[in-house]
Design a protein around this ligand. Sequence first.
Ligand code: PEP
Ligand code: MG
Length: 906
Amino acid sequence: MSNKFVYVFGASKTEGSADMKNLLGGKGANLAEMCRLGISVPPGLTISTEACTVYTEKGAESIQKLLDAEVRQGVAFLEKEMGKKFGDAADPLLVSVRSGSRASMPGMMDTILNLGLNDEAVEGLANKSGNERFAWDSYRRFIQMYGDVVMGLKPESKEDHDPFEAIIDELKEKKGVELDTDLDVNDLKEMVAAFKGMIKSRLGREFPNDPWEQLWGSVMAVFQSWNNDRAVFYRQMNDIPGSWGTAVNVQSMVFGNLGQNSGTGVAFTRDAASGEDIFNGEFLINAQGEDVVAGIRTPQQITLEGSTRWADLAQVSELDRRTKYPSLEEIMPEIYQQLLKTETALENHYKDMQDIEFTIQEGKLWMLQTRSAKRTGAALVRTSMEMLAQGLIDEKTALLRVGADRLNELLHPVFDGQAVKKARLIAGGLPASPGAATGQVVFFADEAEAWVAKGKDVILVRQETSPEDLRGMVVAKGILTARGGMTSHAAVVARGMGKCCVSGAGSVRVDPKARTMTIEGVVYNEGDWISLDGSTGKVYEGKVPTKDAELSGDFGKLMELADRYKRLAIRANADSPEDAKVARNFGAVGIGLCRTEHMFFEGDRIKSVREMILAQDEAGRRSALAKLLPMQRGDFEGLFVEMAGLPVTIRLLDPPLHEFLPHDEANQRAMAAEMGISYDEIKHRVDDLHEANPMMGHRGCRLGISYPEITEMQSRAIIEAALNTKAKGVDVRVEIMVPLVGTVREFNAQAKVIRDTIEVVFAERGTHMNYLLGTMIETPRGALVADSIGKQAEFFSFGTNDLTQMTLGFSRDDIGKFLPDYLKDGMYEQDPFQSIDQKGVGLLVKMAVEKGRAARPGIKLGVCGEHGGDPASIDFFHRVGLDYVSCSPFRVPIARLAAAQAAIGQ
Ligand code: PEP
Ligand code: MG
């Protein structure tokens, strides 16, 4: 830490620069940089983030002592630059005080404007400006902000009105006027007195008249705000470390509310929604910055073109536009030209789209802020690719600038931005699978199908979903579950289908019997309309209109560019030809996981699956399996055709068998009737299959070990399908995968069944073909003994869902209950089922990679857990040297970009 805490900026001297963001915060660093570029910026000083750290550690008194001399020097610099004195009664120097951390944290703390005013200085300002109303309005605004932010005068309860606004309302009522602007200077004087009186009576302290006391109070309030609940929460959401601290910017005031040749505005160098390369923004004449944000008056457009476009949308006639809402370009052409020159200079300098704030004080343009502009995912892609084409940035920068996750927005339908603002938010859950969905609530999968068959749009609402619900999930527009995490069934399946899903919405009480869900006392019935935003986890009442996402040409260009940089191959998890097709269109170069059990729910094959489970002996099972064989073979043929020329990894049956049986009496009775056996028999078998902990029970390769005939049937189906497809001239690349292996003997036992079966088929057909036989590494033991397994298995695919579950001892389906507490308290930084726990689970992966390669040089290594689609995890998998990641089809483009970013970052 250096001894210097204060850095000044202004026309004659500037100590900071853009690359000092860590020390000066984004705002301070950019203000300094603009000064260096010769742009008119009101002079100021930035107190560094290191001072904030000292404040947090040692308190206000200590830091004030440390800062005192430097701040006084800084203020003296401002006085010289502005030709005014701080605290001067005749012509006071007024300042604003604003926070500014390394990362922008909008709304963390309110701004203090007009600091330096008091009972004497307000008269000076009135004389000097020749505008008494302006002076008193500035004073009352200052007291209001200071009273709230620094002195902490807040409403007494959350139902109460803001105490300052209450006084303003009273005054307006007394005067019979509607707007603040209708109050005259005497009213404002009365308001100031009332504000001060209230502060005294409510807080027992006077509003400080001394500008230095005002300044120190404000600086400490900004430091303090770094640790208020709002800021802490924001930091948690955005992974911003608390140790960063905030800087404080003290800047000379300029006024946009000094009459008709003053004003204030906000502009973007390109369009923040579409990314179009068009300068745009809004301004207000005779206003302070906060008025633009508050949206009380209709702002005008900066450019003539923007103004015409706006008038079109707002249905304002050209005459009204020209007379009531003219553009800045029309009414202040010279200022407009200066602004245009400045925005171009700023964008060229920063080589990124900028969001700028400006004030015009009596015909002079001042820049108050510039920062890299927040924009939609579509705009990110477009601005990056266009800036690359314009030669502003290089390929690596273009790739790194688009947050891979932001591509989500380009891949799924989205809610109409305006409509969603008006919608009533009723609940929140995990943003399990992105997209926007609107439909009528149904509580059962079969009813979802029935409703959809009648042409209705439905949202399937369940406590949680199981494979039995799959058909309902397929037809529903979206899925809402009250329980479950990001890798719960509903979430995984929905993402695989690219279907909108909100999971683990804790406030939703589902009563399937009554066919109702209750959210905070409000009852929603079957057939009621709701809307889900799978990207934010928000649930709205009623129908919120959606619009289709657009896949622009720039998106394709970005993907091509990513492919040139990435090393990891990107495959998809897909269980049907339809999913495989989507995946291939999105650029997947293979299937990394086909979960064969998902095929067991298609059509009426569930009947044969159940027959197999209920069979008394091997002969019974074999006869049921014989019925399944042709169906499975057909499924695989479809996949091989769709993925011609690319590898397809097919995993043998994995889930515990009871997942295929109904659990409630009504469905068990229906099944009994259909199969011609007694209800008791079925109930008995279901009870028999019950397990205390099914995720660690009779599943994975353990099924094939108990019932080798299942493995036999599946191996035969796979290899027959492959031979049939190959015979048609298709290039087929088969990889067969054994799930949940923990010891090499398990693998060997299954490998023998598979190889023997395949040899029989080869002999029957008088032909043969190459195939790979590998294993999932998804139990901790499997990872620990990866060297011995690697000698036998030709590839590893890390099942990081189960590996996480078993390494952490967290049930994938129950984390919703405790994970929020863990995340809040920072015990895990992120949901470990979403982003791989690099230090723990990651270590097992790393070790197994090394052991696997040592045992079998050239062994193919991939990952097929949900982490395969998570950018931070992809970065990790790149670093540990995997060959590929496999993710749900809709995440393939995200993974392609993330893999390129990982390669560039290394
Ligand atoms: C895994 O465990 O990571 C995996 C891919 O298998 P599943 O999710 O089907 O258990
Ligand atoms: Mg698994």
